[in-house]
Design a binder for this molecule. Structure first.
Ligand SMILES: NC(=O)c1ccc[n+]([C@@H]2O[C@H](COP(=O)([O-])OP(=O)(O)OC[C@H]3O[C@@H](n4cnc5c(N)ncnc54)[C@H](OP(=O)(O)O)[C@@H]3O)[C@@H](O)[C@H]2O)c1
Length: 241
């Protein structure tokens, strides 16, 4: 995006300074633990002030990307981690969007919420994670409907396995056979931006993920749960091979 529009200004909200090759004048990092509501509020205020000062006109794209998952039977690895996941994957998305919405409405733009193919069926061994992404998917669709005519749109992005730190954070080792099926982040970003440009309210990235999302949609939830449970068990075995 930076190459396409050289006047774009980026704001990053996460705990660590991101390792992105972009000039410091254009990338502004606001250190923030988004699982903590008070920090989300403080960061949203700082971003709003910054945008009004440094880039007072033009549309805004809010990307709610931060999130993590865990693997194991609930409540493994521990209940507090499950609650932190809900705070980050769900609460922060709703809170940040709510706090930024007045500015988005005033200037126009879009909200891109990163869900997952895990949103399409119950996910045994990732029960809480899948449910947080189902929330993000449904919420984004409803939000997009409510926002029609406002100059702001919402889109849910549903990637499948993607080469990032996600599985390492979830407690699995990286660089294994399961990575063969993974998409690159560049491909996921490109598909997401194309879908945003095309006015879609949802995108499942990659044809394999499209196929699995399509296959699970008309299936009864109890059957979808058994299939997803078997797939995730195989996936775990591949990850540890
Ligand atoms: N990779 C996949 O296979 C996959 C598939 C479907 C969906 N997704 C979704 O894609 C999104 C991005 O994940 P990823 O795959 O890029 O994983 P990742 O490499 O582990 O990145 C996670 C991101 O979330 C941020 N984050 C984590 N905890 C945070 C906190 N408490 N406060 C603020 N930021 C926090 C991290 O930054 P800091 O550590 O600096 O805070 C990092 O930027 C997530 O929502 C994930 O659920 C991933």
């Amino acid at each position: 995006m930076g190459k396409l529009k050289p006047d774009l200004v980026f704001c990053n909200l996460s705990r660590r300074d991101p390792d992105i090759k972009i000039s410091p004048e254009r990338l502004n990092h606001f250190a923030c633990d988004l699982s903590r509501p008070a920090e989300v509020e403080r960061a949203a205020r700082s971003v709003g002030d910054f945008l009004q000062r440094a880039s007072p006109a033009g549309q805004i794209l809010l990307i709610n990307n931060s999130g993590f998952g865990t693997m194991g039977a609930f409540p493994e690895p521990e209940l507090s981690r499950q609650l932190e996941m809900i705070d980050l994957n769900v609460r922060a998305v709703v809170q940040l969007t709510g706090l930024m919405l007045p500015l988005l409405r005033a200037r126009g733009g879009a909200i891109m919420n990163i869900a997952s193919t895990a949103a399409f069926q119950p996910t045994p061994t990732m029960a809480t994670y899948g449910a947080t992404k189902a929330f993000v998917l449904h919420w984004s669709h409803a939000l997009n409907y409510e926002l029609r005519g406002s100059g702001v749109r919402a889109i849910a992005v549903c990637p499948g396995t993607t080469r990032t730190e996600f599985f390492k954070t979830a407690g699995l080792k990286a660089g294994n056979r399961a990575d063969t099926f993974a998409m690159t982040t560049d491909d996921v970003v490109l598909a997401s931006l194309r879908a945003l440009g095309a006015g879609c309210s949802q995108v499942v990235t990659g044809w394999k993920n499209k196929l699995s999302a399509f296959a699970s949609s008309p299936v009864p939830k109890s059957l979808a749960t058994r299939v997803a449970g078997a797939v995730l068990a195989t996936y775990r075995k591949l990850q540890s091979s």
